[in-house]
Every structure is written in C-alpha cells, then in structure tokens.
Design a protein around this ligand. Sequence first.
Ligand code: ATP
Length: 419
Amino acid sequence: MREFLGLSKISPRICHLLQEIGRVGKENAQSVYVVGGFVRDLLLGRENLDIDIVVEGDAIDFAYQLATIWDGEVQIHQKFKTATVTRLDGLKLDFVSARNETYLSPGALPSVEYGTIAEDLRRRDFSINALAVQLQPDTFGEIVDCTDGLHDLRAGRIRALHEQSFIDDPTRIFRAIRYEARYRFQIVESDQQRIRNAINRGVLNLISGQRLRNEIDHILSEASAPQMVRRIDQFNIFSALHPTWKISPNFNVLWRAARQAIEWGTTSLPHDPINTKAILWMTLLNTPEAIKTVSSRLALESQLCTKLSVQAQLEHDLNTLSASSKPSEVYQLLHLYPLEPLVFALMQPNQPNWRGEQIANYLTHLKDVQPLITGDDLIQRGLKPGRAFSDLLWQALAAQLDGKVPTTQEIYQFLDDEK
Ligand code: ATP
C-alpha cells in the first residue's frame, strides 16, 4: 500500500524547501528523497532539523544547484560523495548520493559506491532509520519503506537490517541503545542476542577509540542518558571495553549534578570557556585506575584526562576547608584546579551549604580578583625576585581577597606592618 507523509506535519518553511529540492530533481530527471532521522522523527511527531537528502546520482553537483538558488555555501566531502549546503538563514542540509556500501573488515569504515535508493536504505542501521520520502512534485510525500520500518516505528521496535549488522559496524550497538531509551522502544529480542554475541566475540575491540568516544559523547548529552548508560552496563559493555571500568551505582545522581553544573556554568560564568563534555565524562570515569586505562583506550585528550584525574584530590582538598575558612584559604586551595571539576563539585548533593557557597564565591568572584600590586610594583620599590618576594605578593593578594586592603596605598601599609 502506498503511504504518504502528512504534509501538515512539516513546518511550511521546511515543506517549501523540500518542494524546491524536488523541483530541481525533476528538472535533472533525478530521483531525490529526504531520509533517515528527519523522517523517523517527523512520523513520531518530534522536531528534527537534521535534513539529509539522498540523490540518485551525483549529490555534489545537485548541492551546487541548490546553493545557487538559495545563495548558500557548499562544503564538499569528496571521500563520502556528500555535500553540505548552508543557507543564508543558517539552516544546513546534507546531500548524499544514494550508495551501496561494503565492509572490507568488521569495525572499519565501509567502502562506498553509487547505488539506488533501495540499496541506500538497506545499508542503513535500523528499519526505523531506513525510511525515505520522495520529493519530486508528482510523488511528493510518498514514503519509501523497503525494510518494514513503518511497522517497526508504530510497534516501537529497534530492528537491525541484517544478521551481521552489529559485527559489520559495532557502533550500531550504541546507536540501538540510544534510540531504544530515547523513544522508549525495545531492541527486538533477536538483536539483543546478536548484540551479546557480537560483544562476546570481541567486536568492541575493533572500534577505534575516537569512534567509541563519539558514541559515548552522544549518549551523555541525551536527556535519557541514565537509562542508556544502565543498558550499556547491562550488556557488560563498559567492562568489555576495560575490566577496570565500573559505573557508579549513583550514576543517575552524578549525571543530574553534571547537567546542573553545565547549566550553572553557562549562565553564571558566561566568560569562562567550560568544556561541558569534560563535566559529563566525570560521571562515567571517577577512579584513578579507570581514568588511566579507559582514557588511553578511548584516546581522550590529555587536557580532558587532567580534568578527570584531579577529582579525587579536589574532594580531599575540599574536606580540609571549614565553614570559617577565609576567602584567601579557599582561593589558595581552589586556584590549582581547572574550572570543570570545581563546577561539578559545586553541584554535588549532600554537602554543607557553606561549602557550595565557598566554591561558588571562588568561581564567580575570587578567581577573577586582580592583584592590586604585582611583581613589577615590588621591583620598582627595590625588591629582588625570590622566595620572600613571592610570599609578599601572596600576602598582599590574600589580604585583598579577605577584604582587608581595598586600596594599593593600604596594601603597602599592610605589608610594612607584616614585616
Ligand atoms: P540522531 O537523531 O541521533 O542524530 P539520526 O538518525 O539523525 O539520529 P545520524 O547519525 O545523523 O542519525 O545518521 C543519519 C542517518 O544515517 C541515520 O538515520 C541512518 O539511516 C544512517 N546511519 C548513521 N549511522 C549509521 C551506521 N553506523 N550504520 C548505518 N547507517 C547509519
């Protein structure tokens, strides 16, 4: 039976764009489709502005034609025969040639050849992602469903398109888990078994650190990350990636704290660049042993590793503060740490209010205090750089942080008195 996408589901602006693309397809005598996540989400009533267009033929040439009409910019990815057009209104559309892929070895990126839309859809990961909608004027809106994706979408099922799917590309294991939790669907039982078998065969060892890391980054930023992480753990994926990798039984609490930390950081520290991914990774990696081994397996950047590995020391240092610690004592301890572990520590539940206030005061105020006197000022007063010199500078800053010396004049007086 022919099924059509209800046009009322698409916003008029997007509908107009898709019709324009269809008209160019007709002029070129090329079939052209919108595919993948856009179609899936539209059918589920969710907005998705990731628009992937598949052209039967040369997508790069096609993208140039649209870019000319829209006065947009084109970016070419020759290796994958794809192009991205960025319109003046900022909307980006990806154009891909319908293709046929073969996997030369499990876990590797596939080799690519031109193909038909049916071939293109069959090479995809799951039936719910293998739906296309025709864009040419005479068939506009007709759904192309070669893999029974509509049926699975309506039944809430995640189903891979062939038996070897998780072996050919083990990142699909993460993708299946992601869709399952995001849409509250179920991975079909036979695929759950295939996932277990693939993991037992060691396929995860075949994925590069970078690809694994991308998948986990993606998961950590989803609203249902706790359910996804629990599911990954149920499949024993973390321990298969490294035996030292254990997920905290408090993961949900940690993850909520991380989300609050990101929100607090972006609103309260708008001028400080905060690596939000680093904060999210703190929920997954928190023992020194796991940080070391997993970072190396996932090729995490050394800057990120540092941010992760100071967590235990920070917790220890925070325990040395008391409600009566002076701002200069808080500064002395906290200025050694990157922002991310501090913002994360701020949001930890079950800590005394005064501790949160100290960390927040450090982050929003103390860390940005500009010293009233600098080394140059001391040199001009005839002092020579050295240990005593640094001590003086610190005493001056500490007095300033503790509110004892609001002016430069008073700071010199204070230093003279301290001698
Ligand atoms: P999300 O909403 O999570 O971004 P998406 O469906 O838009 O999901 P993308 O990663 O943007 O996902 O991929 C676009 C489409 O490309 C998918 O819908 C799917 O059809 C196909 N695809 C992506 N990754 C794979 C893969 N590893 N194997 C096969 N097909 C894939």
